[in-house]
Design a protein around this ligand. Structure first.
Ligand code: NAP
Length: 276
């Protein structure tokens, strides 16, 4: 088990939800955390929450939009200057939109890829020189994909595509960087109670059955466990992983489940008076 005390982690999208919960878990483990989000007052409020639960927390805040590479580079340089090293990064910032494949505009798709996929790449690229030179560093890259990376959820198809792209990068990068002592962990949350579903246009409702839903703290604890003991895949909800394995083995069954799910989504939409 690795000692995380005094180690430095950069977390994108840390002003809310899973990113905030992860920053808190890392601070409690004695890590120094640099937190980014687009809105400084939200980051300050998040830092206050962390300091209330963990008074000694050593935090660095930086307002940056991960879809803008120059802002990510400025954030990483500032964080490295503040703490003097970077041991780990958690590429977490992301969002989804409740839209079918055909009703999503080209612009919406590209914007989502800019944040979820290219934002991930920008952070990896900007942090790499610092991760490499940290003496005795953790050399750990964590990427927040989703269980949706593995299934292609109806009404979240383009979102699933961004997550599948992150998943593919994690898998390839893990192999490419292993000889330098790097660990790459991909995180696959299922429906998590955060602001995600307010922002996605689903009026706060997830399609995740209640027994599969999890809290942001559960995801954060799984990430912390991976920081202690690196592993390629982080599944905070074990049964979801079992479901994904079964779905891969039984594609016709999986397809039937997705068709049923879309049927429920259509019924919900017509109740809400939205076009099908
Ligand atoms: N919630 C779920 O059910 C679920 C399931 C699977 C995977 N995930 C993944 O988990 C990650 C975190 O989601 P969450 O549920 O915690 O969502 P959330 O509560 O909406 O938090 C998203 C965080 O990302 C920040 N953010 C969004 N766009 C950004 C950008 N362009 N640049 C910098 N920061 C940005 C937000 O702050 P600002 O808006 O102030 O910038 C906020 O801090 C995402 O990658 C998501 O795809 C979530």
């Amino acid at each position: 088990m690795r000692n995380l005390h005094g180690k430095v982690i950069l977390i994108s999208g840390a002003s809310a939800g899973i990113g905030l919960a992860t920053a808190l878990a890392c601070a409690k483990a004695g890590m120094n955390a640099s937190m980014c989000g687009r809105d400084l007052p939200r980051l300050e409020a998040a830092a206050q929450t962390i300091r209330a639960a963990c008074p000694g927390a050593n935090l660095h805040l930086f307002a940056a939009d991960v879809s803008r590479q120059a802002e990510v580079e400025a954030w990483v340089a500032d964080a490295a200057g503040c703490f003097g090293r970077v041991d780990a990064i958690y590429c977490n910032a992301g969002y989804g939109q409740l839209r079918t494949i055909l009703e999503t505009t080209d612009r919406e798709i590209r914007e989502m890829f800019e944040t979820n996929y290219f934002g991930t790449l920008s952070l990896i690229q900007a942090a790499m020189p610092h991760l490499r030179k940290a003496d005795g560093g953790l050399r750990h890259i964590l990427i927040c994909a989703s269980a949706a990376a593995k299934v292609g959820l109806p009404s979240y198809g383009h979102y699933s595509a961004t997550k599948a792209a992150q998943d593919a990068v994690a898998s390839a990068l893990r192999a490419e960087m292993a000889h330098e002592g790097f660990a790459v962990s991909c995180v696959y949350p299922t429906g998590t109670r955060t602001e995600f579903f307010k922002r996605s246009g689903s009026h706060g409702h997830s399609n995740t059955p209640a027994w599969m839903e999890q809290s942001a703290d559960q995801v954060a604890n799984a990430i912390l466990a991976a920081l202690h003991r690196p592993r390629p895949e982080v599944w905070p909800h074990f049964l979801t992983r079992v479901g994904v394995v079964l779905g891969t083995a039984l594609p016709s069954f999986a397809a039937a489940q997705m068709i049923k799910l879309f049927g429920r989504q259509r019924a919900q939409r017509s109740l809400q008076g939205r076009p099908e």
